[in-house]
Design a protein around this ligand. Structure first.
Ligand SMILES: NC(=O)c1ccc[n+]([C@@H]2O[C@H](COP(=O)([O-])OP(=O)(O)OC[C@H]3O[C@@H](n4cnc5c(N)ncnc54)[C@H](O)[C@@H]3O)[C@@H](O)[C@H]2O)c1
Length: 316
């Protein structure tokens, strides 16, 4: 039986990844400082550890050795873009130093397979609607930059000591695989619209004059269970030696506009979801959709769930 260590496994995405790995037959160990995670989301051994703290690489190396870990999935990080603008040092400490400590620990313990949670935020403002992994990375906020620096550190480790790593660039993650796995501090469009509609308030739309079919921003929403399956596929690809140093977009390849999301929320909740248009937000790209072709080619993954399923599961 293969052993996978999941950092941030008590988080929203991490808990789905843990469940998918268990279903795949892995033994799973979680490392998490529970700063934004919840221990009741997972039913596997949980080692409490701040991965950005002093002595973290030594402590993590001991866990890797004692638990005979084969692969690491590193999700532990901070993810609030606004917070990252106000407190960049904290974001670089947790998101960059966290990666450095994970790499040091893996090198020390001789663990060579890593799947890393990156983000479409590494691209920044894109020139074309469909984004592939060769698009230039020009992140526009400290969160996106901290993820890109993490990617660079990982790439360098693959050259230096034989680490084999896949960096997964998630697009807009939403939905849930059950009530107890919901994102409890959701700041994304779908939970926000659901919340407004339930309170009988109109959903806010930032700009209806973007150069898109209906004038509202278009994004690629990926179901968190599909995302979790991508991690299993990535771990398996690393184990089978079929790949070793790549960035992969994890999205559906299909865009949905803000208006479309509001309509689907209305249909799923059986209400008339109203929209109130306000000014555009600075720096919001009009449209950003993944080209997920490389993930399909390299690890055989493709999203299976649609927007309706995402909204339905997010509203449970
Ligand atoms: N949610 C999204 O839409 C999205 C999109 C792109 C990328 N990501 C990335 O996915 C990962 C998981 O995000 P999430 O949405 O599940 O967030 P989350 O906040 O629910 O989970 C993060 C987990 O990491 C833990 N953690 C944070 N700092 C830590 C530290 N220093 N040491 C140990 N554990 C620590 C938290 O306690 C939490 O359990 C992050 O790396 C995030 O940047 C998320």
């Amino acid at each position: 039986m293969s052993v996978t260590l999941v950092t941030g496994g008590a988080g929203y995405i991490g808990a789905h990844v843990v469940r998918a790995l268990l279903a795949n037959g892995d033994r799973v160990v979680v490392v998490d400082d529970l700063s934004t995670g919840f221990a009741d989301r997972v039913d596997v051994p949980l080692v409490p550890l701040d991965l950005a703290g002093a002595g973290a690489s030594e402590a993590l190396a001991s866990v890797l050795e004692e638990e005979r870990v084969d692969s690491v999935v590193h999700l532990a990080a901070l993810k609030d873009v606004g917070e990252s603008v106000a407190d960049p040092e904290r974001y670089y400490r947790v998101n960059v130093l966290g990666v450095v400590h994970v790499l040091e620990a893996m090198r020390r313990a001789g663990v060579r397979e890593l799947v890393f949670s990156s983000s479409a935020a590494v691209y920044g403002n894109v020139d074309s609607e469909s984004v592939d992994e060769d698009a230039p990375c020009r992140p526009i906020n400290p969160y996106g930059r901290s993820k890109l620096v993490g990617e660079w550190a990982i790439e360098d480790a693959t050259r230096a000591w034989g680490l084999r790593a896949l960096r997964l660039r998630y697009f807009n993650v939403a939905g849930a695989g059950g009530r107890h796995l919901q994102d409890r501090v959701a700041a994304n469009l779908i939970p926000i619209v659901l919340d407004r509609v339930r309170r009988g308030e109109p959903a806010q739309v930032f700009g209806a004059d973007h150069p898109t079919a209906d004038g509202t921003c278009v994004r690629d929403y990926v179901h968190v269970e599909d995302l979790a399956d991508a991690h299993v596929a990535a771990v398996q690809a690393l184990r089978s030696d079929s790949t070793g140093d790549d960035a992969l977009n994890i999205g559906t390849g299909r865009g949905a506009s803000v208006r479309e999301v509001i309509d689907v929320v209305g249909a799923v909740t059986g209400t008339t979801a109203e929209a109130r248009v306000v000014d555009r937000r600075v720096g919001d790209p009009a449209a950003m959709v993944a080209n997920p072709g490389r993930a399909h080619r390299l690890i055989g993954w493709r999203a299976r769930r649609d927007l309706r399923e995402i909204v339905r599961s997010a509203g449970e």
